[in-house]
Design a protein around this ligand. Structure first.
Ligand code: ZN
Ligand code: ZN
Ligand code: FE
Length: 758
């Protein structure tokens, strides 16, 4: 006999995933005594028995762990024997340091779906069923540890049957905090536009489905906020939703009843399919099939891709099963405001949009929009990181002091760090409204509160006027300002664990450059201590400044002016010229000639806009990035490029410059000659990819990191990576965090952590 008692401290995503019952069953299997307990740091297991048995138990523990759990670290210590019989699950401790990982929300699991559809089950058709393997987490959590009294479920007293399941370690619902059933849990109601209850429970669901079938717009309270839903096949309903939501052309996402129905409309590869069916259940961008004629064109006008998701909650499964056809499922908000989470607030804010409200009485503690993903070179890449992913951390491979980062201005996210982990908030949105700014403050406060992180320094963008940066500077803590494009590159380096030096290619619309110009087509030699700008896209003026972001015709005029001067601008021989009234065109010329309200920019995003406008594709953007997106889509329709355009490398101001002059001149000529926009767009993408390769060859660093909003363009990313890899470079692009400004809080955090070390 050689008994031993070991205490194991397990850190990682080990709460809310059925970890303790797993430990209980495993310990029982090995005949051990002891206990398991949730602590704010993770899980502690004390196990006592024969040495060989205890060791086998601890060896097996990580191997058979529950599918959604993640083990970061196990620390084991020997402690005195205590004897005793049996293994138990103890009540949670509330003290200490809440470094235990908070789980993201998890889509309904297969077992729960079976119960949902089983008439003999007591949870048959219950829209809030869940278990330790699935259900709400982050969106119901008020504080750690993750126990029912600390969640939005505290107001629902468990019935005797649920309580028995909750307390039985052999039950799938053992300590499933949101456990509920029709007898004791949340319930549905259908409200009319005035907030009057029309029906409840299953009847409410049936009537909401009928309303959608009848072509009405229904606001549906989901997991992380409200969706506005309408029949995606009904042109009038979709148009009404567009008009009321003040969203002219930006594609709407859709929810499909099941995968088979998605296959009728979209091309779904293996990776896409895995994403659609994953526990994170994001919106996935899928190529639409040419014969997908049932969907109203107004859902995604002119777009060759649909944003598609499958139901993530039992409520959505039931609703979609009742409908059997795809619905538009767009965030319940006005244009770019944050998504609504409370039914009373929804009635105020969405009252002019929705005709009725399918609501329930389980509060949403914090908003989480649907995440958006697409597939780039066979790998999933997030375009918006929210439900299902936030607030899981990105491990950056190095330690630093607790840091708070405040992101950018558009598509804002914030972050806090603890040791080597950066907790990135869910997508917040553009900080253009007071609601968005409040959500920004709240998201940051929630991360700090939940993880009990007291930042000792803050990181923000170096832009003098970003609200996020101003807020950061006002906190009274040491501030590290991080250049926008360096932050893009660092974010990608962080997720791939690259120490540098790398060649960072940061291409986006706009970022504040330390020389006072607008940056956006940057090549940075990036490493631990900082960066050197080694090359840029040749700068050009942007007549009208910010107005040029909305009007690609202005970027085009800036390019033409830089090439040929004022006469080329004040001329109606090309599409951007014709897009202005005579007097406007003269005003644009004056701005350019006097250099007033015509800031210089090296923005690759604006180069895309300008080229698209010269082809007559789009003169004004109905939503951010529209012209560039349509240009990408045009290129996808073309045959393979012939290498017709070429960017040249030249030296200017002590920098390498990627010069677009010959290419833009050729585009003007080709457009005038009536060459198809598809062919021009394809050659344009090809020229950029080859241009990046030329810079990479010149710089000579073997690792190249892509970042910035331009690399949301999958075609540009693929062609660039193909070229670079073909020439022997190793290429990295953003996958876990968005390429757009939604990722820069991660890069900011990493830089600030490092600054504090040196
Ligand atoms: Zn489940
Ligand atoms: Zn119950
Ligand atoms: Fe950016």
């Amino acid at each position: 006999m050689n008994p031993v008692r070991l205490r194991a401290h397990i850190r990682g995503a080990v709460q809310g995933v059925g970890f303790r019952p797993y430990i209980y069953l495993l310990a029982s299997e090995f005949g051990l005594s002891g206990f398991v307990i949730n602590t704010p740091q993770g899980v502690v297991v004390e196990s006592e028995g024969e040495t060989a048995q205890v060791e086998a138990f601890l060896r097996t523990l990580p191997e058979r762990r529950p599918p959604l759990s993640l083990i970061d670290r196990i620390e084991i210590e020997h402690i005195p024997l205590q004897g005793g019989h049996g293994f138990e699950i103890r009540q949670s401790e509330a003290s200490g340091d809440p470094a235990a990982l908070i789980m993201a929300d998890i889509a309904t699991c297969a077992d729960c779906l079976r119960e949902l559809r089983d008439p003999a089950d007591r949870r048959y058709r219950y829209p809030f069923l869940n278990c330790t393997h699935c259900g709400p987490r982050f969106t119901i959590l008020e504080r750690l540890p993750y126990d029912r009294p600390n969640t939005a479920m505290k107001r629902f007293a468990m019935c005797a049957v649920c309580r028995a399941e909750y307390e039985n370690p052999r039950d799938r619902r053992f300590h499933a905090q949101p456990v509920a059933c029709p007898a004791c849990g949340p319930q549905l109601a259908l409200w009319d536009a005035d907030g009057k209850t029309c029906s409840e429970r299953d009847q409410a669901l049936a009537e909401a489905a009928q309303a959608i079938r009848d072509g009405r717009i229904v606001a549906v309270k989901g997991l992380g906020g409200f969706h506005l839903m309408a029949d995606a096949r009904n042109r009038n309903a979709v148009l009404r939703l567009r008009a009321r939501k003040r969203r002219e052309e930006k594609p709407f996402a859709m929810m499909y009843p099941h995968l088979d129905r998605v296959l009728e409309d979209c091309v779904v590869g293996d990776v896409e399919r895995r994403l659609l069916e994953s526990p994170e259940c994001p919106i996935v961008l899928l190529a639409r099939r040419a014969d997908a004629t049932a969907i109203a064109e107004e859902v995604a006008p002119g777009a060759p891709r649909f944003g598609v998701m499958l139901p993530a909650t039992p409520l959505h499964h039931l609703l979609m099963e009742a409908l059997g056809f795809p619905v538009v499922a767009t965030s319940g908000n006005l244009s770019e405001e944050p998504i609504c989470i409370d039914e009373h607030e929804a009635r105020r804010r969405l009252g002019g949009i929705a005709e009725c409200f399918l609501v329930h009485d389980r509060p949403i503690v914090r908003h989480a929009d649907d995440s958006i993903a697409h597939v780039v070179r066979g790998r999933a890449a997030l375009l918006r990181r929210a439900r299902g992913y936030a607030p899981l951390p990105v491990r950056v491979g190095e330690d630093g002091p607790p840091t708070a980062a405040f992101g950018g201005h558009l598509k804002n996210t914030v972050a806090v760090s603890k040791q080597d982990r950066v907790f990135l908030s869910q997508h917040i949105g553009d900080l253009e409204t007071t609601q968005a700014f409040d959500a920004f403050l709240e998201a940051g406060a929630a991360l700090r509160r939940l993880y009990a992180i007291d930042p000792v320094l803050v990181a923000c963008d170096s832009h003098p006027d970003y609200l996020s940066a101003r807020h950061a500077r006002g906190l009274g803590l040491p501030v590290v300002e991080v250049q926008h494009h360096y932050a893009h590159v660092l974010a990608c380096m962080a997720e791939h664990g690259l120490p540098g030096p790398v060649l960072g290619v940061a291409w986006d619309g706009t970022g504040h450059g330390p020389d006072g110009t607008v940056w956006g087509g940057e090549f940075l030699r990036a490493e631990r201590g900082g960066y050197v700008r080694v090359a840029r896209v040749r700068p050009f003026p942007l007549p009208g400044g910010d107005a040029a972001v909305r009007e690609p015709r202005r970027a085009a005029q800036g390019l033409l002016y830089a090439l040929w001067g004022g006469d080329a601008v004040d001329c109606a021989n090309h599409a951007p010229g014709r897009a202005f009234e005579d007097h406007e065109r003269k005003a644009v010329r004056r701005m350019l000639e006097r250099g007033v309200n015509a800031p210089m920019t090296s923005s690759a995003g604006r180069l895309f806009d300008g080229a698209a406008a010269i082809c007559g594709l789009r003169m004004r953007n109905a939503y951010e990035g529209q012209a560039a997106m349509l240009f990408e889509y045009a290129a996808r329709r073309a045959g393979p490029p012939q290498g017709r355009y070429r960017l040249s490398l030249r030296e200017a101001d002590g920098l390498l410059e990627l010069d677009w002059a010959a290419m833009v001149a050729a585009i003007v000529e080709d457009a005038a000659a009536g060459r198809a926009v598809e062919a021009i767009a394809s050659e344009f993408h090809d020229a950029l990819a080859r241009g990046i390769l030329e810079v990479a060859r010149h710089v000579g660093l073997p690792e190249v990191v892509l970042g910035g909003g331009c690399f949301q363009n999958a075609l540009l990313t693929e062609w660039t990576a193909d070229r670079l890899e073909g020439a022997g470079f190793r290429v990295f692009w953003p996958e876990q965090v968005p390429a757009n400004d939604g990722g820069i809080a991660l890069g900011q955090t990493l830089h600030a952590m490092r600054c504090a070390q040196t």
